[in-house]
Write a protein that binds this ligand. Sequence first.
Ligand code: HDE
Length: 695
Amino acid sequence: MDEKEKDLEQNKRDPGKDLTTNQGVKISDNQNSLKAGSRGPTLMEDFFLREKMTHFDHERIPERVVHARGSAAHGYFETYEGISELTKAGFLQKAGTKVPVFTRFSTVVGFRGSSDTVRDVRGFATKFYTDEGIFDLVGNNMPVFFIQDAIKFPDLVHAIKPEPHNEVPQASAAHDTFWDFISLMPESMHMIMWVISDRAIPRSYSMMEGFGVHTFRLVNAEGKSRFVKFHWKPKNGIHSLVWDEAQKLAGKDPDFNRKDLWQLIEDGNYPEFELGIQVIEEEAEFNMDFDILDATKIWPEEDVPVQIIGKMVLNKNPDNFFAETEQVAFHPGHVVPGIDFSNDPLLQGRLFSYTDTQLLRLGGPNFAEIPINRPTCPVHNNQRDGFSRQAIDKGRVSYEPNSLGNGCPMQNPANMGGFESYQERVEGHKIRERSDSFKDHYSQAQLFWNSMTPPEKEHMIEAFHFELGKVDTIEIREKMVDHLNHINHDLATAVAGGIGVAAPQQSKVTPYDKISDALSMEKGKSASIKGRKVAIIIGDGYDHEAMLMIKMALTEAGAKVDIISKLLGLIKSTGEDSIKADKHHIAAGSIMYDAIYVPGGSHINNLQKQGDAMHFIKEAYKHCKPIGLTGEATKLVEAAGLKTVKISENDQVTSSKGIVTMGADSKFDRFLDEFKTAILKHRHWDREDKEMISA
Ligand code: HDE
């Protein structure tokens, strides 16, 4: 059903749907306010007008102080195997148990109307509506955080948000106050490596990992507790944009990730993520070379393997952005029996902040009654009144203990489903102090750098050039180079060279030579091309058969294919057939696609003369994207000046640097296999001449 059909379906004309005021009074005229004469002053008495305006004037609520820009979807979580030995959480007891979920993805820094494709952390928050109450897993797409103690959070956010005197820049860390703060916070260095990496510019919300970040506890029915970290692993693989693309998208398609998520779900190409856990026994708390309560540290997956326990499928778009995506209230303190907290000082601070923020944002203490926040299990307590109370509590008893209400609602001990906190023994002096075990800030930053492939390292150096190059205060740049030097001397030297800072001497910090392959996106493999977007570029005189074959095969494999032409409307093939263009050059760009294909035909003569079409190809080449060319389209390699690319002859299919071409006598199925393999790889970094291509 398309949008128009949906609108008609939802708004069938029936008398029950007549236009009324909020009091249910039918409105006779929604075009004119009540006036003293048709040219006279408007009358105060006009309650249609006053009610409508007053509601409109109050339509905005405060946006989230962080994570303001988000997109969300409904779906379900299904448990693969029960893990009752680890937790008593009801939804994790049996294979096949399904619970509804609502997941909101977000950027952190930008305002609600900012662009999707900025360099930033992405929020990844999931609300599980379980039979035992709400469990919120409020994580990010990076497994560590900038700071170790919650008391630094307002400082971090003030530093990264637009500068207060002129509110510039929007949704970007590339300015003095952020790097000033960071240069004075060695504990941020590990997180900085993630933020400067391609993880900070995800291609799709369906193509990024999620992490609970903090150490939590799982507690089983016997009361045994273990430490746990939560992970989401995307079935669509982990893929990113390149920085040039991200910046151009910010102007040309600021809703890029939002639309992508929406479209995947509309097309039935549902995003899926597997839930994984890393578990450390209570007795092994001190066995790692870092403190497991420190949120600036990962548990390397090679040391503590991720055990997959279930999957989440996002299969329904919200009906109303405000009512659902905007009003959803997450809280890391929303846990169910069997899941509990560790003493991570960052997590402990969050436990206070989230309810507090909802009180302001959602206008009082009754936000749990907003439909999207309501548990699916019964709620009974003696909390009463407050702004926007929805429940109509009956009777005179709103206290406990009581005899007039039969003692209800009654508390439940742990063995009857009541939440009982894990009885951790706590002892200590009341002090403001950071544990010595939190003081190594460089080892895991080194681990991250060591684990990157050469192109990933190159992107990080370029990202530092961009970010620090926008910092006016030279001393801040110098301090950052000094920190980077403690991470890796070559990295610091390369960064210094691009930002006008002297190359540093070797650092005295002990090198950490471990590697974790799980940290590299490039070393990971994608199982399918589901969710990738492919542009087919055509003009009048295209080869219809070739176009159709590729379009159908890629669509069947889960890719989204758009036909792009100079103008919208019907495009004629070399024969009798024609096809409607989905997008025209003025609105589309290679930056919106993961791969492009051009079929043969006489249209190639015209395409070579169309600047926009040639730009499409050159830019895709520059961004290292797969390009498929068949028949006459192979001529475009030369026309675009791609001198180092080999093209196929006669009966061959050639894949050279991700450009897949097909000779006149070869078979389409061989071409398709090669083209799909090229798309699977996502980017082809071996294009040494890419910097020479102007696009
Ligand atoms: Fe948040 N964070 N945060 N945060 N956070 C908020 O809550 C806060 C932190 C995260 O889609 C706010 O409802 C403090 C870590 C996500 O609605 C606020 C601290 C992680 C979302 C808040 C942190 C997160 C938020 C703003 C340090 C990853 C968006 C609006 C102690 C594990 C959820 C709101 C959504 C939102 C406070 C640190 C993730 C102000 C005080 C670490 C995904 O309450």
